[in-house]
Design a protein around this ligand. Sequence first.
Ligand code: DGT
Ligand code: CA
Ligand code: CA
Length: 575
Amino acid sequence: MAVRNEDIAAVFDEMADLLEIEGANPFRVRAYRTAARNLRGLGREVAELVSGGADLSALPGIGKALAAKIREMVQTGNVRALERLHQEVPASLEALLHIPGLGPKRVRALYEQLGVETLGQLEQAARAGRLRNLAGFGPKTEQNVLELIGAHSDQQRRFRRAGVQAHAEALVAYLKQAEGVTEVVVAGSYRRGKETVGDLDLLVTAAQPGAVMERFGAYEEVAEVVSRGPTRSTVILRSGLQVDLRVVAPENLGAALHYFTGSKAHNIQIRRLGQQRGLKINEYGVFRDERRIAGETEESVFRTLGLPFIPPELRQGSGEIEAAREGRLPELVTLADLRGDLHLHTRDSDGNATIEEMALAAKKHGLEYIAITDHSWRLRIAHGLDAGRLLRQIEEIERLNERIKGIRILKGIEVDILEDGMLDLPDEVLSRLDLVIGAVHSRFRLSEKKQTARILRAMDQRYFSILAHPSGRLLLEREAYQVDMPRIIRHARERGCFLELNAQPKRLDLNDSHCRLAKEEGVPVAINSDGHNENACANLVHGIGQARRGWLEKGDVLNTRPLGGLRPLLAKTMG
Ligand code: DGT
Ligand code: CA
Ligand code: CA
């Protein structure tokens, strides 16, 4: 199988980590990281360039030495230099990189100064209070490490939705090819659109369960068959993801799908409602006395309870059944409702594509407008823009808007919210933009009081429009910072600002309950890709799933509006 850019990029990232742990020349480390980033955004497979005999060192950020390593990898599937590094750096040390908050620099310090080589040794050192005296560490870091080691072992058991999606889609397609199969559907938390998934639950209808079980066990990604019965089997994939599969009779599919979609809380309430009506509801159907009265479709199950179909994303046991009874289920927002994307990066900061490339990619996906929101200069690692570079970008966008038809490019910035709540660029510069996205990228550990005050003050700034990734969480990696979100949401309404639902699979930030709160408070939410390359739009579907779990309807989402409808809402800047 051909080596993909992503594979090569992952190797280069790994080499950069290992070199950094070794204390190699920082320029060399950076060269690998830059090359990895460029490869990810290249848009063409380098494997093809290699077989076409192209000169790879003509690619951005790829010198002769890196070009040789790419060729080696394409031709042999291996890089000797990486193997060498693996011999030099203990594997247990590399594993420490997976502890959130421990980058290569800190791992190096741990090894050099404390001789810490394994997770166990790290835990011992932290418990003995030996981390706090290391340069770059402190009592707080020590505490973090202890907490994170604890949390890390729990988190290992869940997976981010976007990573599970590929497995789910491939498995469904694979199982559909088994003999006699009529339906393959995914249930469980995945179907409910949850941002993390514990395991994948599949339901299959088939003439012969045996053939399905056989094919399931033979799936090439299966690492271990945990259990196998006549109609039920559990396996673990190489990625560590567990998959449960059940074969059900076609006339039971609706009841089974409802039961195994959950959530447990929703199912309990549904069963209780059934009991009140003298009905027994389980995965085989709905029964009155011993007679089966429904179960072929989910709609039929709901109908016996006098309920309309409840979308899976709402099945959390948090008011959806009452809403369904009273005819107040929301009409949930869909991907097709989005008309724009208000948070995108380009090569001018840490993105991989030009403004024009980003605009054309969005146009291809049917969007009517995008906002270019590169980082402000405080975020130096992302090559943030200072006032001069931003003004030049503004002029470029104005020129592009003259030239490119069918999509409108808005001028924006993702400006850092400084520790005191001021913004990283002055008002006279921000006033030139169509919108200003404010974001916290530093000092995550302020007290709730200070963090909240900081964000409220930022919203008070004259040109502030949208609060980006409001909680700062990184799924399975970093907790949200301490902040009074209800207060922030109310303040947004008072100040005419908006909250973002950042659709990056790692973030999905706003969470579902805060989406609901924003809706109740009348604060529209912007579902933004925060994309860094031409694939940005692929993030949006994950944001939509999250928004639906937060009960959002089209009107609750800022960027479902046509540009003309957006303008008055962003009046502070767009005017
Ligand atoms: P996960 O896998 O942790 O992300 O979450 P789920 O919701 O997919 O949970 P899972 O895989 O344990 O079970 C799938 C669904 O099956 C669950 O949402 C509801 C249903 N279910 C499983 N066990 C029970 C149970 O003991 N009682 C009820 N009422 N439903 C259950
Ligand atoms: Ca599950
Ligand atoms: Ca399961």
